[in-house]
Ligand binder design. Structure first.
Ligand code: ADP
Length: 499
């Protein structure tokens, strides 16, 4: 099958979060399964900074954006870990900027225009590169207009008429909402600006357009696919999602075990596997404590967090619990993340007042993220919501016991340690349901007690987690099935129309 995957992020070219990990890894696995994936993304400055050889194709185009005709060109490369072609839609004015979506914490004011241009560029690339895809796989709001253009503008256009469309929702909270006049930029008829299609409380909503027009929809875990059909996680789109529930499914993201595997992790001085984890984790913990300036205490539980410091990640709960624990309990804390300035201040204050117990890095550091996964004992993810989550999957592989709130993909991937799950050998971590500091603190207490006093059970949790396989191999097969359904659906609805 020929799959054109359109995305604004893909490792190693451009990444701000899990979307980049998924779009960098899934195509490699699809190629291994014998399919023909092609990636296409904007030629952001990050792409050129990746150090990879980006070449010109010599192909260029002009597309209408509102009343203007805007020039773009196509560049190319391949995914370094496999023979997957990657194309980039270039326009320096739109994409040669320090960040992907924002500056000084605020979205670029022309984000709608930038991604309308990118989407139109993808449609041009299909023709110019003669890609002949069976389907287009769009991802999140940045590419959500693709299904709409295919259905509304390209219906019946030779070369486009059989192309199916799948839209993956990586995080429903980000919808690409713009003021209504941006509808003009899309070039689509105002008649689609209604509450059942592209309008959302008086604004234009690009994600909603994709939800309405794609042949099939999926999100990144089965549980999140359920949760978004109701308030509050439906974020105002629960009605549309309920209407389209027949075509909405969930597939858990996989992990790229070439990148995230303690037995071959280039960031670790001492590598380890499920048989040697005791030495490996001891060394990893000592190295992490040294790097972060914490006392070298092998037996004090080391609790870690990596991620965006935003409300989604449950940072408010973590801040409250950490404050209390730093005052009263014997545990070390390591935090790596960037985000809301309020939390930067809070964690800076906590770390400065408790240098023996808490260490903080307000930055994006892939190398340190690997060292934290290896050196920590407990990985915290008290998320308010979590479409899939990747860090809990990395933690399982690194023998770092995840402690999560039971939401979204965290429910589907972490088995809470109870008497029953410990007895039947399925437990891999700890989870709590109530979004409250009390529930988090009690669960952390439960975990620390097991860590300190029940070493056998702790070892069992580690081994069960490390033996699990969350590689892309399984999830990619599920995507292939979904692609087949998408193509069938697209061709079926086409046949229905012409009948
Ligand atoms: P989300 O996509 O919601 O941000 P995920 O858990 O799905 O969360 O994926 C986050 C990815 O980004 C993981 O690979 C994680 O290690 C990485 N990450 C997030 N923040 C940082 C940071 N400050 N430094 C290094 N890696 C980070």
């Amino acid at each position: 099958m020929k799959i054109l995957m359109a995305t604004s992020e893909a490792v190693p070219f451009a990444k701000t979060g899990g979307l980049g990990d998924v779009c960098g890894a899934l195509p490699l696995e699809l190629a291994r399964l014998g399919h023909q994936p092609t990636l296409i993304l904007p030629a952001f400055r990050q792409v050129f900074d990746s150090g990879l050889p980006i070449e010109s194709t010599g192909l260029s185009f002009e597309v209408p954006i509102g009343t203007k005709l805007v020039h773009g060109s196509l560049l190319r490369c391949t995914l370094p870990a496999g023979n997957v072609p990657v194309y980039f839609v270039e326009n320096r004015e739109y994409f040669d900027r320090p960040d992907l979506y924002l500056q000084d914490g605020r979205d670029f004011p022309d984000n709608c225009e930038r991604f309308v241009f990118f989407t139109r560029g993808v449609l041009e690339a299909i023709r110019l590169l003669d890609l002949q895809p069976d389907l287009v796989h769009a991802n999140d709001w940045q590419t959500a207009l693709l299904p709409a253009y295919l259905k509304l503008e390209y219906r019946g256009v030779p070369g486009y008429e059989n192309i199916g469309s799948l839209l993956t929702i990586h995080n429903l909270a980000y919808q690409g909402v713009f003021w209504h006049w941006d509808m003009l930029l899309t070039g689509l008829d105002w008649k689609y600006f209604n509450w059942q299609q592209m309008e959302f409380f008086g604004n234009l909503n690009l994600l909603k357009a994709g939800l309405v027009f794609a042949d099939r929809l999926n999100t990144v875990s089965p549980r999140y696919a359920e949760e978004i059909q109701a308030s509050p996680l439906g974020c105002g789109l629960e009605g549309v999602l309920q209407q389209r529930r027949e075509v909405l499914t969930g597939i858990i993201n996989g992990v790229d075990y070439l990148q995230w595997n303690p037995s071959c992790d280039a960031h670790l001085a001492v590598k380890y596997n499920v048989d040697t984890y005791q030495q490996g984790k001891r060394a990893g913990k000592a190295a992490l404590q040294a790097e972060m300036g914490l006392p070298q205490s092998p037996d004090v539980p080391l609790v870690a967090f990596i991620g965006r410091l935003t409300e989604q990640k449950g940072i408010d709960l973590m801040g409250a619990v950490m404050k209390e624990w730093l005052a009263n309990r014997d545990a070390q804390w390591v935090i790596l993340g960037t985000g809301d300035p309020v939390y930067h201040e809070l964690f800076t204050m906590l770390a400065e007042r408790n240098p023996q117990k808490a260490a903080l890095r307000l930055e994006f550091s892939n190398g340190l993220a690997h060292k934290i996964e290896a050196g920590a004992d407990i990985f915290l993810m008290p998320s308010r919501y979590e479409p899939c989550g990747l860090n809990q999957l990395y933690s399982l592989k690194y023998g770092t016991v995840p402690l999560v709130r039971a939401t979204g993909g965290l429910v589907d991937t972490v088995i809470n340690a109870t008497d029953a799950t410990l007895a039947n050998g399925t437990a891999t971590g700890f989870s709590f349901a109530d979004y409250s500091g009390l529930a988090l603190s009690e669960t952390l207490d439960r975990a620390c007690q097991m860590y300190v006093a029940k070493k056998n059970l702790w070892g069992q949790l580690i081994r069960t987690g490390m033996k699990q396989d969350w590689s892309w191999a399984h999830s990619a097969c599920e995507y292939v099935r979904l692609y087949q359904q998408t193509v069938r659906q697209a061709r079926g609805s086409l046949a229905g129309q012409s009948a």
